[in-house]
Ligand binder design. Sequence first.
Ligand code: BES
Ligand code: MN
Ligand code: ZN
Length: 502
Amino acid sequence: MKISFAKPALPASGTVVVGILAGRKLTATARSLDKSGGGHLSRAMEAAAFEGRAEQTLTILAPAGSGLSRLVLLGMGEAAKLDTAAFERLGGATWSAIANAKDKDVTLVVDALPGCNVPIAQAAAHMAIGALLRSYRFDRYRTEATEKKDDKPQVGKLIVSTADHDLAKKAFAPMEAVAEGVFLTRDLQSEPANILGPVEFSEECQKLEKLGIKVSVLTEKEMKKLGMNALLGVGQGSARGSRTVILEWNGSKAKTPPLAVIGKGVCFDSGGISIKPAGGMEDMKWDMGGAGVVTGLMAALARRKAKANVVGFLGLVENMPSGTAQRPGDVVRSMSGQTIEVINTDAEGRLVLADVLTYAQRKYKPATIIDLATLTGAIIIALGMEHAGLFSNDDTLAGQLTKAGQETGEKLWRLPMGDSYDKLIKSDIADMKNVGDGRGAGSITAAQFLARFVESGTPWAHLDIAGTTWTNKDLPLASKGATAFGVRLLDRYITEHIETKR
Ligand code: BES
Ligand code: MN
Ligand code: ZN
């Protein structure tokens, strides 16, 4: 869907979206349409019990003589309660109401809202980005045979009509750059594992060179030389090679140490010899969700020319059972020198991340490290899909990330860490084992494992995104499927805390 901004004026034809505040309070354009149509809108709202609650929508026939085909009444709730995140959700609701409009062009009218604290241009830009994010659809594998029957959205263009349209357009540009990153992430997360293995993923990354990102790829031979045996052990059962990808964006003129962002990239997680049950195993194609987020984030930073030095790292493997696969009980020596007893081959993400953490620190001396991983089923039990799990050794970093989460709607909830949890991964024959004792605190023991690979107090945060990477129902800003949760969150964190002012 294309988005454009235009001065306030009703089109001669087509579908128009107008806002209605809580208690059926008409915004300016809605009022004038109601008046010229002899109370058309008021009667429709009455008949349909439409109250104007936030994100409630009602599609009606346009008043006779207006030339328009349909009107979408968009409930906005109370003006004083609207913040930028709320405007994004309104944009998302707009898209779902217009997706199947027969008109190719739809006009969204954003009128001044007395009592609302968000400037009108910002409101318009945030509504536009909400609509755009919600409009994403992965239809690469739909052929004519089913696509037509399946209500393919007809709307091609959303014209946002508002007073400060030039300002809105300017505010929208960097948001659109981030949306491009979100869409890249969603494409990667949606791609089935027969198409996207570690090598194919690394080839997709190489395409980012055209955005000014420096891309390097470590092959198995190179990783072997570096001693990345924990990562290699996970991939050794697969017929496909493992890769580590490094994505560098040096957007700041200052030679400051970079932010490192690390993603778990298990292109398919069968569990390995500790094989998973059949039911739901198809979900494990998006076990590379964290690596997908890092890739999309780096693309977003480059597209909006962020004044920040950020290095992305992807640990790409496929976890498969076979005659060459790693066995429960195997001991591997990680790049850090620490040894690991592999009790369960399905606790593979932490093994991959351990070596990538070490590589990132040895090679790039980052100021701060953030990793993202679809790491544990236990985080889904704890937090569902409302929040991702946050683990950190640094209260300031944890606070900054939590705030960025609230602002973008990609919310985090911090869980505890500490020595008593660390004890649970003690091994009898190696420095540690890859799962905890007993069934409790599975997400925390996973984080404790990672913490053992964070060197000399570098501020570090781990985001367990197993519950938020994929959605089985439509969300305000993401239709069913891949969410790219984390891209907008980290983009915001970088804007607020990493970017230099000049
Ligand atoms: N990739 C899974 C975690 C996961 C589960 C992600 C569901 C998304 C949805 C991870 O590798 C895994 O298998 N974790 C195990 C750890 C256990 C063996 C200690 C789990 O959560 O069951
Ligand atoms: Mn697993
Ligand atoms: Zn996994």
